[in-house]
Design a protein around this ligand. Sequence first.
Ligand code: F6R
Length: 604
Amino acid sequence: MCGIIGYKGARNANEVVLKGLKQLEYRGYDSWGIASLSDGINVVKKVGKISGVDDAGLGESRIAIGHTRWATHGGVTESNAHPHVSSDGKIAVIHNGIIENYYELRVFLRKEGFKFKSETDTEVIPCLVEYFMKNGSSFEDAFREMLLKLKGSYAIVAVNSDKDKMLVARKASPIVIGVGQDEFFVASDVPAFLEYTNKVIFIEDNDIVEINSKVEIENVVLGKKVDREIVEIDYDIDQAQKGKYEHFMLKEIYEQPDAIRETIRGRVNGARVEFEKFGLSDDYIAGVERVVIIACGTSWHAGIVGKFMIEALGKIPVEVDYSSEFRYRNPVIDDKTLVVAISQSGETADTLAAIKEAKSKGAKVLSVCNVMGSSVARESDETIYTRAGIEIGVASTKAFTSQLAVLYLFGVYVAQIRKTWDKDHLKERLEYLEKIPEQMEKVLKGDKEIIAAAEKHFLKKNALYLGRGTNYPVALEGALKLKEVSYIHAEGYPAAEMKHGPIALIDNKMPVVVVAVQDESYEKIKSNIEEIRARGGIVINVATEGDKKIKDISDIVLYVPETSGLAYPFLTVMPLQLLAYHIAKFRECDIDQPKNLAKSVTVE
Ligand code: F6R
């Protein structure tokens, strides 16, 4: 949440920062601001999006910092937008995270004569630096002393009108350094500077970085200078562009076949799954007594599908918990529990905290993550990367199906170690998986029917989504997608739960989207559909290609190719993603940047 970028080098820093902010806008988009150093600090702040801004009006500069905001403390106003500047106007700061003790710090600073211009937690940061400098500290020492006063999470970049440098600090909020030829970048995420360099330094919690003519890093907990490796990222800059698509969400839905191909590439060998490197030994996997999956949002839905996959293939009991609940409920886990943390961004605050909680109790943590070098990956004992490429649309799509692919592979991997199934069975499971990308392409060709369904129902106020077995989490995901991008109220349920309450809502204005493919629960779900029809509900069925009979009990049918029970979610989620997308489009919603949301939830 919130995108931050800083630049120091020979280019016009204001232009680099403005461009970088546009790349980061998916992290927060209620307001933006830039502070630029040339003859003092010049600041521009605006409410609204940065996408239409061609020139921030700041002229030329060699050092600048910028921020795109997702409000936490204080409303969406120009004065609350970052950068925040000290009372003497000499220090400017951008911040992502939450300063938990900001109120006490404000009280302290007020007593020292400071006046605040915003309602944010961030403004105490430049004021504290100014306070320590007034008491005789250098900019660098004052920055360190300021950090010692903060409680909470932060990625901070500070500049001083009298110095040709940027100071950076990190604690539980993402920030990376980009290293170019005699130029440096600092940003929440790599795409912000990928156009200029793919050489990146991932800094650690409690690192302080001084960016001058070189990058110097000190870790305050270790109390010494540290070397952090420069790594080359193989992101393709085109992935961060919309190309021929109107929205990132649509582009990313269409990228799913390739994302799955990439995610399974080199990992399937006949009846076997082989991960490129895997730090958890076979003995350890053989001895695991329980798996606990932790995640948030869409990744949590992937986790529920993963439960079906790992239990069916590896025959280990699996629980799925929200990271935010797990971290605070003193979970009963031990060294025989494998915790699987799923996170697209790898920066979700609750998931990170849940990983730390799991590790403190002796469990090993395996993460499923899309971002190399992210905090989740670094905190985990092992990571299996999804290879979905950069996901920019705030509503997650290709990350979800890529997570499913990793969980499916992991299920087979566990099965081969624990010998729960014979080779033929596992080979057959993997063949189903390998067919998925091609079958996804077929689903994408059915876009016309989905657009027609969207056009018919985009004015509805509510919707129900139902599914059974592996398709029950798909129903949850379909409802979440609709809520997020179209603002229509939608609920997802396991279909049999309908009778225990939601059935009260069904009438002739209520569309009910049912995943009714020909898997083990087909006959049961047909009875659920009859119950909806008996109450006048509008039934949109996602069904298996060739199932003509389903038309008799449907208002609309959206077909997907036939596959196995475990593999259906890859396919059945796609019409639901597209339905949400097209409904949102008919409603003229801001699809890639829905209101109140942001990609990468770095605050709890
Ligand atoms: C929904 C969505 C969110 C994320 C959730 C977890 O479309 O994107 O629900 O899935 O915030 O994010 P990650 O996977 O980055 O931990």
